[in-house]
Design a protein around this ligand. Sequence first.
Ligand SMILES: CC(C)(COP(=O)(O)OP(=O)(O)OC[C@H]1O[C@@H](n2cnc3c(N)ncnc32)[C@H](O)[C@@H]1OP(=O)(O)O)[C@@H](O)C(=O)NCCC(=O)NCCS
Length: 248
Amino acid sequence: MDLDIASVAEQPGREELWAQLDNCWPRFMMQDPTSGLYYGYVKTAYPEYALLAVDRDTGRAVAKAMSVPLAFDGDIAAGLPEGGWDWAIRTSAHDRLRGAEPTIVSALEILIRPDLRGSGLSGVMLTAMRDNVAKLGFRDLVAPVRPSGRSGHAHTPIDGYAHATRPDGLPVDPWLRVHVRAGARIVNVAHSSMVIPGTLAQWREWTGLPFDTSGPVEVPEALVPVHCDATQDQAVYVEPNVWVHHRI
Ligand SMILES: CC(C)(COP(=O)(O)OP(=O)(O)OC[C@H]1O[C@@H](n2cnc3c(N)ncnc32)[C@H](O)[C@@H]1OP(=O)(O)O)[C@@H](O)C(=O)NCCC(=O)NCCS
């Protein structure tokens, strides 16, 4: 496939192409209250960090790769924050408010158009993100990776899964495998990477499930069960991700 991969800064105004990749996530995954701090400001605050891949032959959008710059003065190898994805977005927003210079970049999302998944495009987009980070002058790309192979195994403890390897030494999880093959090192689990709260009515609307009994609820495509408290009319999804570090 002949891909044209460009950032919003390089190719502004491709709204219709970007829109072709809307609604590719399960509905509940679009409800993280932190996400608007990034996605609401991509064009104005982060245009260099948002990449869109277009198939030159069909003219259709194929994939996107989103990242965010932030200031981090800790030792990455010693561990990255439990707050994962939400932390990366909030830290970048605070940095902008206080005028702090970013020192690293965090990946936020690589999304392949559903009909093109399984054809090796994820590695291509990850390479494009790594190259972009280098071009922007950074040497460290971190990523709170969503271990997508966990879907359907919501009760498996995340800590063991994050470090589980195949006989060839590569991660069992396919998406972590792509990162490690590209040169990343697994750092630690971010146990509360995306926190998505809602009333039971909201959760019913997002998932089509009854949400009428207190206790863990398995939701398709969720990596862990959603905690449901029917007495308090509240449910919350706390998604664990796995921090990886690409030294560019
Ligand atoms: C996760 C995602 C980015 C992977 O992209 P992809 O282009 O479909 O994956 P690839 O074809 O490059 O395959 C990558 C690895 O996953 C494996 N894989 C692909 N589809 C798979 C499936 N349905 N089940 C299990 N493994 C699968 C491949 O075999 C490959 O591993 P290998 O090279 O060791 O054989 C893509 O499925 C996606 O967009 N998912 C939804 C969004 C998401 O979860 N993004 C990641 C978090 S931001």
